[in-house]
Write a protein that binds this ligand. Structure first.
Ligand SMILES: [Fe+2]
Length: 292
């Protein structure tokens, strides 16, 4: 089992929060948490107080990844490994932990420059059930965490080593394709729970760290209903509906207000604990996912 258990939350820095509110709630079906302010949107997709924070700024990119370990000894082990590798980190103050809704955490920067927070004791609010703005059957979270991230990094192998050695992530497979929207693409997919991948790394010619964030819906119809709302609210669909070759995800992609892509998926593969073989593919999708 991986030391890090799941993706807990992400923070995105964005300039157009009004458009993000529409995108998150009216298109994707997230709930806008009551604690949201004019400069900070907090989106809920389950019993957590929030899972996606969109804070005002010029970056228009992913700012922070929140990863979760099981308990205090898990956090201690991450710190010990970082210390042993000479990788800088600091323990967060009680105020910082309260702002994230976690019991304890450490903060660091990964080799690609992304801020990472590793925590345990994420706040749960079952007394406030998830209440989406549109009719919605909910999202696959729980033990599988928030979803998955494709990160654009300069040196995928270096980042892969870091997440394997410091956090315990396991490599699921590689995709090495000659045609990713007309370009060659090499991607590494890593898991930390049954979800086929929580983090994927690739080198792409785009000027940001976030390739895409995938949220997985419980009902296949919510993929189609979300796609209908993408067009109703004039957002740009970037990839057609398709089925990914490695995680089996039935999904499409859309451009968020910060030009960051979101994937709306259903039916993602859960890897059995005894399936330890690393696989290799030369396409990203069995069918569809045409770059639009
Ligand atoms: Fe994806």
């Amino acid at each position: 089992m991986s030391l890090v258990k799941r993706l807990a939350y992400v923070e995105i820095e964005a300039s157009d929060l009004a458009r993000w509110r529409l995108f998150g709630s009216d298109v994707f079906g997230c709930e806008v948490a009551a604690e949201s302010t004019a400069d900070c949107l907090k989106f809920r997709i389950d019993a957590r107080p929030w899972r996606i924070m969109v804070s005002r700024g010029d970056k228009n990119d992913l700012k922070t990844i929140g990863l979760e370990v099981a308990d205090q000894s898990g956090l201690q082990e991450v710190c010990t490994r970082l210390e042993g590798a000479g990788h800088a980190f600091r323990l967060a103050s009680p105020e910082e932990c309260a702002a994230r809704g976690v019991y304890e955490m450490c903060c660091l920067t990964d080799p690609s420059g992304i801020e990472v927070e590793v925590s345990y004791g994420g706040l749960l609010r079952p007394q406030q059930p998830f209440c989406p703005a549109v009719g919605h059957g909910g999202f696959v979270t729980g033990d599988q965490g928030l979803g998955h991230l494709m990160l654009v990094v300069d040196d995928p192998r270096q980042v892969q080593r870091f997440y394997a050695e410091m956090m315990g992530f396991v490599t699921s497979d590689y995709v090495s394709t000659k045609n990713y929207g007309g370009l060659a693409g090499d991607f590494i997919f890593m898991r930390c729970n049954p979800r086929h991948h929580t983090l994927a790394f690739g080198r792409l010619p785009i000027p940001r760290r976030l390739g895409h964030l995938m949220l997985q819906v419980n009902r296949i119809d919510d993929v189609g209903l979300t796609l209908d709302r993408v067009h109703t609210h004039d957002f740009r669909q970037t990839r057609s509906i398709g089925r990914h070759v490695n995680d089996n995800m039935f999904s499409f992609y859309v451009e968020s207000p910060s030009k960051l892509q979101f994937e709306c998926g259903w039916g993602g593969l859960e890897i059995e604990p005894d399936d330890t073989d690393v696989k290799l593919f030369d396409v990203t999708s069995v069918w569809g996912h045409k770059h639009l």
